[in-house]
Write a protein that binds this ligand. Sequence first.
Ligand code: NAD
Length: 500
Amino acid sequence: MDKASSHLAPPETPRAFGFYLDGGFVPAGERETFLRTSPGHGVPVTSIPTCSAEDVDTAVASARAAFEDRRWSGLNGADRAAVLLRTAEIIRRRAEEIAYWETLENGKPISQSRAEVGGCVGMFEYASGLARSLHGDSFNNLGDGMFGIVTREPVGVCGVITPWNFPFLILCERVPYILASGNTLVVKPSEFTSATSLILAEIMTEAGLPDGVFNVVTGPGRTVGQAMIEHMDIDMLSFTGSTRVGRSVVEAAGKSNFKKLGLELGGKNPQIVFADADLEDAADGVAFGIAFNTGQCCVSGSRLIVERSVADAFGRMVADKLAKAVVGDPLDEATQIGAITTDAQNATILGYIAKGQDEGARLLCGGEALDLGQGQYIAPTIFSDVTPSMSIAREEIFGPVLTILPFDTVEEAIAMANDTEYGLAASVWTKNIDKALMITRRVQAGRFWVNTTLSGGPELPIGGMKASGWGREAGIYGVEEYTQVKSVHIELGKRQHWIE
Ligand code: NAD
């Protein structure tokens, strides 16, 4: 897996993984296995065990034992930080291997996988500092007889359920922060993209993470995921995925042990472009925002809300940009847009493209599957003549499909941007600082970009408003989410007796 070897190819035989329990791989054994086919090449690349509900019980018991005996939470922050830093080093060393399997299972371009793995190194490095700096509070203003302390404690055993669109990145936006305060974990990756979560487990053991602190169970959501969301001994669950499954996570938490939840769900994110923007920059940003990761991003800028005076010209500028993007073999260094990750998602996107045409929207570009001789690809697509009530303007498509909605006034732009059940992300493009700040304040979104889009890093938190979810991941906010607060009241001196 040498980066210099420019002719990467899928493996000749699928790589067989075990699931990860108590510091080691457990081979599939008698369990069924899931053979994952590379969406970019149409050949099987990995073989993954289908775990049972009993396997989930065993993994939770392992994480519980590791939490209760304090082998991780009892360490000082500096020792936890050292493990997180060593993990970062090993990820850096094995980056090419991680990127290769990520691209094979997901279909994203190899250059993008490499960049994401680089970002994950930064997540572990940043969280290592937080393991040392996390602290509570004290109250010295309660009078001479009382002193108050607020401590932060780890929540306990955390479950993490991740989707297939950014398997390694989404994992690394959570795991180091969850570990920083001393929690233990059971992770369930998407059944389509399990390889890099399993590689991370192996890396963390090599980095010195005590056995049992990080466990990975593999298999479908309806069995393995369901067993996790209903589990009585998982204290907190981070779920990233569709709003539909997010609802069942909330219901299951209510019916089981009221586990604390972090939810990162869907989005239908506006890109608001004013006529006074640098339109060249904005066109590039809007093209990137809808075609990056083939639009299979929760934060894709899928609704272009553009000032009417420039709407037609700007739509053509974006279409011209997209026409130049290189769609192709995800293992090719030159590729910018890769394959659609799952067969179901491919059908969903093509279904929405057909629906858009049926509803009367006009295709500006794309609108079809691309036959590249192998795998499944869809041309980046733009619809104009869209009305706000059309399903392509309201529902999350999760593909490279952009809808154009023109506006006349700032108030109209804000109303259109907020006219959605979601509130995950938004971008505004203008050179007028007053307008930029007004839009930033009034559009409901957990992540906001001004004259850029889809940027991020370990410092700034991730999460949504409205039906896009609860809580925040990453940054100091991400660490604090996975702690619980305890108020300690310390009486000083002789007690004033209640009964004399
Ligand atoms: P999904 O909801 O189908 O699956 C997500 C995860 O949940 C997978 O691991 C899956 O196996 C599991 N799952 C499925 N059914 C389950 C059940 N009944 N109980 C427990 N777990 C279950 O989503 P997906 O198709 O993998 O991903 C696409 C969706 O995820 C999109 O809607 C997208 O917006 C959302 N997403 C959101 C973010 C974010 O940060 N907000 C990031 C990525 C993806």
